[in-house]
Structures are given as structure tokens and as C-alpha cells.
Design a protein around this ligand. Structure first.
Ligand SMILES: [Zn+2]
Length: 318
């Protein structure tokens, strides 16, 4: 064993953004006008990176509010997206004009913050966090897809926000999700972590990168590890995935078997990469490392990939 104290990890934490419980109702999206008029409808409000939360007393916040209230606060119904149905109750995301943010920030009954902070600090219940992740990804897509990429005509919104349609050439455009592989490379009792200059001080995490056309997820994981850290890898084992609405990705998590050990970093992508012994990695997770080094927070998939290695078991099925 190493010199590091073994610290308890406790119960396995929830993966952020992943507790989506609504019926996506993809076969009922044509009923959107009816859903928008339903007095039971609930809505969340998002302006770019900013989410509007309603204070609910005792330090609690809720992302979902009565639909009429969200409209009164400035939610734009013309660009509404149906998140899904909770039983028969429609849940909807409404975009908010950026100019409204400063005004609403003055309101005492509201809390305006970003989705990462909401996840890290656990500001809303997990199912609402997942709905916000879906809503933010959908609105990000709409914000980037106003015009037809086929002919340049302004697009119309259809299917309760789940499609954009071109009135000129008939092309249909669907929300996209960009796959990102995230991987922990393992060599016996050691694992490979990297540091990007944009990370918080002291934080080390798994390597990650976008999947390229013509690649399997496993190939992308091996390529990124070789490009960023100069480490060759063999077997890839899938563990779990996480919606990552920054702006609209899904993270696909792997453990990779190391086939080489000498690190050579790509200093554009990383400012450091190094091997961590399992016992030291545990201290990153518990935030008790003597040098103040830390792993990403429990809501992040990187935390789960690292914990799976430290504990020698897979994350609970998501
Ligand atoms: Zn077109």
C-alpha cells in the first residue's frame, strides 16, 4: 500500500443531467398548441448559459414554474420546446431574451445562475436538472439553426420544437447531439489523468475529445489518448454515458488498457498529464490530497470513471 490514508468514498453519487423522467411523447408532438394552452403546464426559462430558478423557501430552488408565470417573466412561446409529459402535465422549455436577464436578476424571488453551478451545487432536484440539460441543449440547437443549411431560407419550427422545417426546399433539420469520448487509461494500479489550462486550480481529470466522422467510439478514445498524452492503448471497455449540454453533447465513458507508459503531451490541449496510483486517485475523489489536488465533482462522468477504477467496480446502471 502507499503512504496515503485510505479515505471512505461513501455512497455512489448521482451522475448529473441524467435523471430524465418525462415521457418524451414523440408521437404526440403535433399536439403542442394544446399543451401550450394547458393550465397545468409547467415551464423552465433559459437565456443562453443562464437558467432562471424560482426560490422555494428554506434555501431550495425550482427550475419548473407554472407556464403562465414563465411567460410573464419573458419566456418566448413562439420558440417553445416540449420537454415531455409528466403523466398528462406538459413540461416546456422557453427561451428568454438575453436583455431580460439583467432585469430578472434584480427580482428577489428568483435566482439566475448557470447550469454547471446548478449541477455542482445540487440547486434543483435531479429530475429537474436533467430537464434543464435537455432544454438547454435544445435551445442551443435552435439558436444555431435559424436558416436552412441547404438553401439559406429562414426555417420554421415544427414537432413541438423537435424539428425545423424549410418552407422553400422542404428540408427537415433535427436536433443534433455531438458524441464526445471520455476515457481513463489504466496501467495496473495506476491511471492517467490530465490537466487543461482552463481547469480550476489543482483539478485533474480524464482525457476527452470529439468523435470524428468514420470512427468508432473506441477508436476515438484511443486516438485522443495518443494525441493528447502520447500513450498507446489497447482494450476499451464502455462504462457509462452522460448528457453534456455544453452546448449539446453526450459523453461516452471508457476505461482503456494502457499499452505504453511514457507520456508526451500535446501542449495545446493539455498543460500536464501524469500517472496516479489508485490510492492517490482516491484522495482526489475525496478532496483530501495533501497537495490540494482534486478530481471533477461527483456530478461529472469523469468522477465516475475514476471512482470505478479506485473501487474496482462499475458504476450503478444508469
Ligand atoms: Zn431549404
Amino acid at each position: 500500500m502507499s503512504d496515503f490514508d485510505a479515505a471512505g468514498l461513501g455512497e455512489w453519487p448521482a451522475l448529473g443531467y441524467s435523471a430524465f423522467r418525462l415521457d418524451r411523447a414523440s408521437d404526440r408532438r403535433a399536439r403542442m398548441p394544446e399543451f401550450l394552452a394547458d393550465p397545468r403546464a409547467r415551464a423552465c426559462l433559459i437565456a443562453g448559459e443562464t437558467v432562471v430558478l424560482a426560490k422555494a423557501g428554506e434555501g431550495a430552488q425550482r427550475a419548473l414554474m407554472p407556464f403562465a408565470e414563465a411567460v410573464a417573466l419573458g419566456g418566448r412561446t413562439g420558440e417553445a420546446c416540449l420537454l415531455g409529459l409528466d403523466g398528462e402535465v406538459p413540461h416546456i422549455v422557453l427561451p428568454l431574451h438575453a436583455a431580460a436577464v439583467a432585469v430578472l436578476a434584480e427580482r428577489e424571488e428568483l435566482l439566475l445562475t448557470d447550469l454547471r453551478s446548478i449541477a455542482v451545487q445540487g440547486l434543483v432536484p435531479p429530475d429537474e436538472l436533467a430537464e434543464l440539460a435537455c432544454g438547454k441543449a435544445m435551445l442551443s440547437w435552435h439558436a444555431r439553426r435559424s436558416f436552412c443549411s441547404n438553401c439559406g431560407t429562414k426555417l420554421e419550427v415544427g414537432e413541438a420544437g423537435w424539428r425545423r422545417e424549410c418552407p422553400h426546399c422542404g428540408a427537415q433539420h433535427f436536433p443534433r447531439t455531438d458524441p464526445v469520448v471520455i476515457m481513463l487509461t489504466i496501467d495496473g494500479d495506476n491511471c492517467l489523468l490530465g490537466r487543461s489550462a482552463r481547469f480550476a486550480p489543482g483539478m485533474w481529470s480524464c482525457l476527452a475529445g470529439f468523435v470524428e466522422p468514420g470512427e468508432t467510439f473506441e477508436e476515438a478514445a484511443r486516438r485522443e489518448t495518443l494525441e493528447e498524452a502520447g500513450i498507446r492503448t489497447g482494450a476499451a471497455r464502455y462504462l457509462c454515458s452522460q448528457p453534456w449540454p455544453f452546448p449539446m453533447s453526450v459523453m461516452i465513458g471508457f476505461h482503456l488498457q494502457a499499452a505504453s507508459r511514457d507520456i508526451r503531451i500535446d501542449d495545446v490541449e493539455l498543460e500536464g498529464a501524469r500517472w496516479f496510483h489508485r490510492d492517490e486517485a482516491r484522495l482526489l475523489l475525496t478532496r483530501t490530497h495533501p497537495e490540494g489536488l482534486v478530481a471533477p465533482p461527483p456530478m461529472a462522468i469523469a468522477h465516475h470513471l475514476l471512482r470505478a477504477f479506485v473501487e474496482g467496480r462499475d458504476p450503478p446502471a444508469g
